[in-house]
Design a binder for this molecule. Sequence first.
Ligand code: NAD
Length: 254
Amino acid sequence: MNLTNKTIFITGGASGIGRECVTAYLRAGARVSVLDRDENALNELQMQFGNEALLTWQGDVRQKEDIQNAIEQTVAAFGSLHVIHNNAGIASPSKPVHETSEDEWDSLFEINLKSVYYTTKYGLEHLKQTRGNILNTSSIVGTIGQENHAAYVATKGGMSALTKAMALDYAPFGIRVNAVCPAGVWTPMLRTWAGEQPNTNEIEQYLDDIHPLGDCPEGDVIADVAVFLVSDAARFVTGCIMPVSGGAELGYRR
Ligand code: NAD
């Protein structure tokens, strides 16, 4: 896939799936602008790829000013905006709703879902000019659910629903909106969560077992699909909630 002359703004691009996407976008020839709250990880990204095709902004997707500034400065530096990739997200503690604190609930919704509202608010006019597209990193749990993670599931269900609603609203402007939905992916987020469980070894085995196509993957499998969805090769694809899950959601297994 060729992304030459495309400008891609991605949130949460300093680690895990986002970092794999940044790598793949740069390799495909795009100019990439990354907003992330982790300054050290952004510095590492700059050290690995630092060139005129990569911009990084330290900021928090809960802060609308951070998103607005990063998008405006991206357009000022690169001249246009073709893609917004909403990828920043946090995992929930393993709890049902009534045990989830209000702070935990609010953080999950602000980071995982409300941030899409801000990037759309500040990015849409730029996307209209390029007939660009939006990609959301959602999750298969937003469709099939997950025990003991109701708040996280609700944010991802919201993100997948939003993907379809926005696809309809922005199709008249030629703007596509799609989502990639992993099951498990070995990233710092998942490793931290697995490490915190009392039965880490069993959890790691479980994460391998839920994917019929093979073991729990690394983020490159998501990045390869992301490159396709944001590229012109997917120019007639919109509202697609695409599982990139090795078949994890397909049905009961023995
Ligand atoms: P990760 O923790 O490795 O990376 C997330 C990145 O987002 C980090 O760089 C972090 O600093 C950044 N971030 C978090 N909160 C932020 C904030 N408030 N402002 C700015 N940046 C912020 O996690 P990951 O596993 O790569 O997750 C990326 C996305 O993929 C998330 O939306 C997650 O829900 C989704 N996802 C992950 C998995 C998985 O198994 N890893 C499965 C399904 C969906």
